[in-house]
Design a protein around this ligand. Structure first.
Ligand SMILES: C[S@@+](CC[C@H](N)C(=O)[O-])C[C@H]1O[C@@H](n2cnc3c(N)ncnc32)[C@H](O)[C@@H]1O
Length: 347
């Protein structure tokens, strides 16, 4: 059975945990710690909320954070909303207020739910919103007021007068994890600079950068990889591209950002060695979803470009190897940290 997008994103978490470039990550969290609190973070394409739970669990958020997570996929936002309170509690937080919107309502565009959580020394006001992160609206990322005290914390739902009056639409940091390679890069950088304060940070980890590989080798690998990447660049009806990582190195300065740090963050998934066998955590599900994505991409080509029997041979071989825990996978990414220049320059 094909894994759902939400199972894929959940299974991706441990792969990302290993892949994230620690030098870039540590510079990002060190920069966050220098910002006046509460620190306002907006995440584009938050999926099922793995980045915010990682930042909480790794104790990397400042002591007061307003975190606004946006995704256009209602199913993912609902999944994030279901999972995050438990994760926050497991990380030592108490949920002071978690406004609840009925399921049906949550599926409508633009709705937002919030969770206000406190630990002994930290507080996070988390809002989750179904929206297009690239829309030109500046969004509602909150002002710097300290917000209600625990006992009179009130729930907020986007669209209410309270929510609309909350902020200036600015953020101190925008996070875009595994996101910039699936959207129009110029529009995404424009949306980030619209959201950010001058001097604000853009952290874009796990940005795909043009290499996909499997082991053991197969005679069709080179063609399959080429067609898969070509599909990202030219064929699929959505934006993004197979070399977004390296494109960022010139697109950031051209869009008024100073590049602070960059580094590789490759996904490497391989079967466990020794008798235990299998794959770590739910990484088999992750690989099933990757093979499915490649298979779908290859299916878009006519027989004159790719013989359907070649596609079937390659995909079924890879699926058999996965079942037998013999398949390894490598995918190249870049993590990037940039600062919006204090004075915006014209392109
Ligand atoms: C590859 S997933 C990454 C999700 C998450 N950042 C992670 O690393 O687990 C890309 C996410 O971006 C979301 N997305 C794509 N275009 C979007 C847009 N214009 N606005 C908001 N979300 C978008 C998708 O729904 C998906 O959840």
């Amino acid at each position: 059975m094909t894994p759902s997008m939400q199972s894929y994103l959940e299974a991706k978490r441990t792969v990302d945990d290993r892949a994230l470039n620690r030098r870039v990550f540590e510079q990002f969290t060190a920069e966050l710690a220098e910002i006046d609190e509460p620190v306002r973070v907006t995440e584009f394409g938050c999926g099922v909320g793995t980045m915010v739970s990682r930042l909480v669990e790794w104790e990397c958020l400042p002591t007061r954070t307003r975190y606004h997570a946006i995704d256009r996929d209602p199913e993912s936002v609902v999944a994030a909303r279901k999972r995050l309170p438990d994760r926050l509690e497991a990380a030592g937080y108490r949920i002071v207020d978690g406004s609840d919107v009925p399921e049906a309502e949550r599926r409508e565009d633009g709705l937002e739910t919030t969770v206000d959580a406190r630990s002994r020394d930290r507080r996070i006001d988390l809002s989750l919103e179904v929206a297009d992160a690239l829309s030109t609206a500046t969004g509602d990322d909150g002002d710097r007021s300290t917000g209600p005290e625990p006992d009179d914390a009130r729930s907020r739902v986007s669209g209410s007068d309270d929510a609309r009056s909350r902020g200036t639409g600015t953020a101190d940091a925008v996070i875009a994890a595994a996101f910039l390679d699936v959207v129009d890069l110029d529009r995404a950088l424009d949306a980030a600079s619209t959201r950010l304060e001058p001097g604000g940070l853009l952290y874009a980890p796990i940005t795909f950068d043009g290499a996909t590989g499997f082991a053991p080798p197969h005679p069709l690998d080179e063609r399959i990889e080429r067609l898969y990447h070509r599909h990202m660049d030219d064929v699929r009806d959505r934006d993004g591209g197979s070399t977004t990582g390296r494109q960022l190195l010139s697109a950031l300065p051209a869009n008024g950002f100073e590049l602070l740090a960059t580094g590789g963050s490759d996904w490497i998934v391989r079967p466990r060695s020794g008798e235990s066998g299998g794959y770590p955590a739910t990484e088999q599900v992750f690989l099933e979803a990757i093979l499915e994505t490649i298979d779908d991409a290859l299916a878009a080509y006519p027989a004159t470009v790719l013989d359907p029997s070649d596609r079937t041979t390659w995909v079924s071989t890879r699926r058999r190897q996965l079942e037998a825990a013999e398949l390894s996978f490598v995918s190249h990414h870049l993590d990037v940290l940039a600062r919006l220049e204090k004075r915006r320059t014209k392109k």
